[in-house]
Design a protein. Sequence first.
Length: 349
Amino acid sequence: MTDRLTKNASQPKLIRVLKGEAETIPPVWLMRQAGRYLPEYRELRARANDFLHLCYTPEWAAEITLQPIRRFEFDAAILFADILIIPDALGQNVRFEEGHGPRLDGMMPGDLLAMLDREKTGEKFSLICETVSRVREALTAEKTLIGFCGAPWTVATYMIAGHGTPDQAPARTAAYRDRENFDRLLDLLAEVSTDYLVAQIEAGAQAVQIFDSWAGVLPDEEFDRWVIAPTAKMIKLLRMRCPDVPVIGFPRGADGLSQRFIEQTGVDAIGCNTAMPLAQMRSLGKSVTVQGNLDPLLLEAGGLLLESRIHDIRGALSGVPHIFNLGHGILKTTPIEHVEQLVKQVRSN
Ligand code: 1CP
């Protein structure tokens, strides 16, 4: 751990912790912190009508990114966009239907490879980067701006099925049947996603998170091939171009394979889902920064149990580099007062 320590008091707290420092009061932000539980988000969302149009309008997307910072003073802002920007920018048809989540024209890996066009991505990526620069300009120096993308495996599950699925069966079946084209698809996504993250960093993102929300459904051999290998490739390419920018991996649900994920991808931090035991998080914290893992449903429920769990998470992770966060995205039914209570308690001694 000591060799990762680049002590620099002038850096924001979240970056110090990502570089391996343990803070008595951990930095805090929440996955999906910009979104539907906030009335000010719902108001803008209703005016924009179309979700992708919101993401591609820098003025609105920057405003939405900043809304939770104004309200709760989190240590980090996360760019407001979506993991499905990548398929959209590559030319696949992506829509967000009210009440149904995302809808894509799902296709087999070979057909996707024939249709996707890397040359197309520049125009849409530059709109997202314009949001990044606007947000960085508006934030004070102690706040960190996090850029993000989806991991190749998770993004591919939507590109093949055409929508979210409980078990990612369409993508798993397609990948088992045509491993060669599936590998090529993940390779393309890894390269394009790295270009996208580099562009976000050049525009002002100071750390990046790679969301692999569906990493937990794979057998270990496929986990190596479809989760670890593309993530390791992205991080290797990223380090060549942006050596100092910390990377948070979030292989959700892959608890038993977390140590292997850390060792083989080279992430600086690992996002831990709600089901990961705190003792395991503490042990992972010996090699990387750990982030998480409050249950979003407990934050929604509130009360004494919430208070005692926040206390337990902080206690279990004291002395290791820890970023306080949820184990998955905040729910749209979460009362604002519960978020206020969380931030207050995490910042109390
Ligand atoms: O109707 C609406 O207002 C849209 C709701 C919404 C929002 C607010 C979607 C649709 N995406 C987002 C923003 C978003 N998505 C962010 C913004 C930054 C933040 O505040 O954190 C981020 C980081 C994401 C990432 C994302 N999108 C993931 C990975 C994280 C996770 O929660 O697992 C995934 C899987 C998506 C796909 C997606 N986009 C939207 C929905 C409803 C979904 C899930 C679809 C499904 O599987 O059913």
